[in-house]
Design a binder for this molecule. Structure first.
Ligand SMILES: [Zn+2]
Length: 594
């Protein structure tokens, strides 16, 4: 029998389980030493004293990351492990104690008025933060964010009221959904009842058009029936969002999200508009797909239908690893080396098994430990892309491993740079190596469908939200809001797809719109930005690689806007974002050639 392929990760480098209690006690003692630093905090404090404190603080945070990181990763591969859960909760308790202890100093550093301390003014903040250049940007930024916070007591009241107000509404909305029973009845077949949406949604990808139609109708019918409830919840959330952002001094509803994401308002405006004006490339894809499926025009529920062209080829884990590593080597020596380090350190958990969580992620704990990558490898081409993507995140962290822990992570605009680059170079390699054109065609069609779902669809959600927040302010009914959504769908699809009237209620089933307003652009912002950078790489060739490496090595230590400007990229320019659609157009053009 062949040797079992794949790898399970080794967590001992973070913390062997038997040493957990020892480290726990050590941190407990460290936390008590905080009191020694407290009296020294004043705007005039000397720089050495400040640096000494920050170093001390970083050491504890590192220890806490080990203490919490180990059980967290352990639990993700064994979700039933009682021991992992116990250690995780013990670590969480200590983190809570730590943040209670340090809250005063954190708020003081942010420039807040704190009892018993003289407020830290901007000038002195700059003088002190300059001593730690890698942390300066992050610390100044948290002062900027703090300007939008209210008095301590007001914040407390808001937190409490959110727990019993907006928070409950979001839960209630979910409860309404989970109680749905779906009647699934494709034409000419017997009716089936589904108790959860996931089971029903599988049929959206069915080869059978009647099944796709029945699944979509059955799903949306429920939202139509309950539209008044969904509207009531959404309207309240939108009003709450407005009262909150106005009180906190933000200029617009979306700005709250933009500032949190380190993104200028203008960049989002331009990005959304570029998505909008490039919607024709996806409409072209839908027309192409209709032809492939032998239809005159796609209906909305056909857009995820599979093309009947190639059966999936299995790619072994070892093959996939080889392909990813050799492609990375070709792209840049640094990429290859860093990916190898993650693999050689045994920081990958590769295959699905019982009680392991689904999906994939990359977790970076601290600069001195290589990141950990969780995969659920099942031998498909998509899994190869996922491997490249998650290793890309790890590579990014390793490029920034010279920085202190708090500055290692890139902020949103740049956080998907290495992952998307990794995914793109590997995708191109796979296309090149594919057995025949049929396989290439299937791969490109999947890519177009995926990119529609992550790019255009998300952009339109955000554009809808902008209009919806405006409309709620002026006053609107559930039916009018659904009409507004329908108008946006018509714009998005043009005449490439027939949209049946039931789709006007689709907005109600998008949880992010309610739970985390304007979050949907975060899904695609990083990816599109990296695609636009990739377009630059395609034009400039290998000369662009050191520029990318420089961007990566900044981690989160600099303003993303400034980092990009250094390599001649302006996030607020249309031309730059158009680059990402050149890539998408390239895929579609190739697809039509096969
Ligand atoms: Zn990612």
């Amino acid at each position: 029998m062949a040797k079992k392929e794949g790898m399970r990760w080794n967590l001992d480098e973070i913390l062997p389980a038997k040493k957990f209690d020892e480290l726990w006690k050590e941190i407990e003692q460290d936390i008590s030493k905080y009191d020694f630093f407290l009296p020294k905090f004043s705007p005039e404090m000397d720089r050495d004293g400040f640096v000494a404190f920050m170093k001390f603080d970083e050491k504890i945070i590192e220890k806490l990351a080990r203490l919490g990181g180990m059980p967290c990763l352990w639990e993700s591969t064994d979700q039933k492990s009682q021991e992992a859960k116990l250690l995780k909760s013990k670590a969480e308790d200590l983190v809570l104690r730590f943040s209670n202890k340090t809250r005063k100093i954190s708020l003081w550093l942010q420039g807040k008025e704190i009892d018993g301390f003289v407020r830290l003014d901007d000038k002195n903040a700059e003088r002190l933060f300059k001593t730690l250049p890698a942390l300066q940007y992050g610390m100044m930024y948290s002062r900027k964010l703090a300007r939008h916070t209210l008095l301590e007591n007001e914040e407390k009241i808001i937190t409490e009221k959110d727990m019993t107000g907006a928070g409950v509404l979001v839960d209630l909305r979910e409860l309404i959904e989970t109680e749905f029973c779906f009647k699934f009845k494709p034409k000419g077949k017997k009716e089936k009842i589904f108790n959860n949406a996931a089971e029903l949604l599988k049929h959206v990808y069915s080869k059978n058009a009647n099944e796709r139609e029945a699944a979509c109708n059955s799903l949306l019918e429920k939202y139509k029936e309950n539209i008044d409830k969904f509207f009531m919840v959404y309207q309240a959330i939108v009003k709450d969002w407005r009262y909150d952002y106005e009180r906190r001094g933000y200029e617009s509803a979306i700005q709250v999200r933009n500032i949190g994401n380190h993104v200028p308002d203008k960049a989002i405006e331009v990005l959304l508009d570029v998505c909008r004006t490039n919607r024709d490339v996806y409409q072209r894809y839908f027309r192409f797909k209709a032809k492939e499926l032998g239809m005159k025009r796609l209906r909305r529920h056909d857009i995820y239908a599979p093309l009947k062209i190639a059966k999936d080829e299995k790619i072994s884990y070892e093959e996939s690893k080889k392909l990813v590593l050799s492609t990375f080597d070709e792209f840049s020596k640094g990429f290859g080396e860093k990916a190898r380090r993650i693999i050689n350190d045994r920081h990958i958990d590769s295959h699905p098994r019982q009680n392991k969580r689904g999906g994939a992620f990359c977790l970076t704990l601290m600069p001195s430990i290589a990141p950990y990558v969780l995969l659920n490898y099942t031998h498909t081409a998509r899994d190869v892309s996922t491997m490249a993507h998650e290793l890309g995140h790890g590579i990014h962290s390793l490029y920034a491993a010279h920085l202190p822990m708090a500055a290692q992570h890139a902020n949103l605009p740049l956080s998907e740079t290495a992952s998307t680059f990794g995914e793109m170079v590997v995708f191109e390699k796979m296309l090149e190596k594919a057995k025949n054109d049929k396989v290439r065609k299937a791969m490109l069609s999947d890519k177009m469908a995926d990119s529609f779902a992550t790019i255009l669809r998300q952009a339109y959600f955000v554009m809808f939200e902008k209009k919806a927040h405006e409309a709620v302010r002026k006053g609107i009914t559930a039916e009018q809001l659904s009409g507004l959504y329908m108008e946006m769908l018509k714009e998005q699809f043009g005449d490439s797809v027939d949209i049946s009237p039931i789709y006007r209620y689709e907005w109600a089933r998008i949880p992010h719109i309610v739970a985390t307003p304007f979050y949907c652009y975060a899904y695609n912002f990083g990816e599109l930005l990296s695609m636009a950078l990739f377009a630059r790489y395609k034009k400039e060739g290998v000369g662009f690689v050191p520029k990318i490496e420089k961007v990566l090595s900044y981690g989160g230590s600099e303003d993303p806007d400034k980092v990009l400007k250094e390599i001649g990229v302006d996030m607020c320019s249309r031309e730059f974002w158009e680059g990402s659609f050149e890539i998408v157009r390239g895929w579609q053009e190739k697809l039509e050639q096969y």
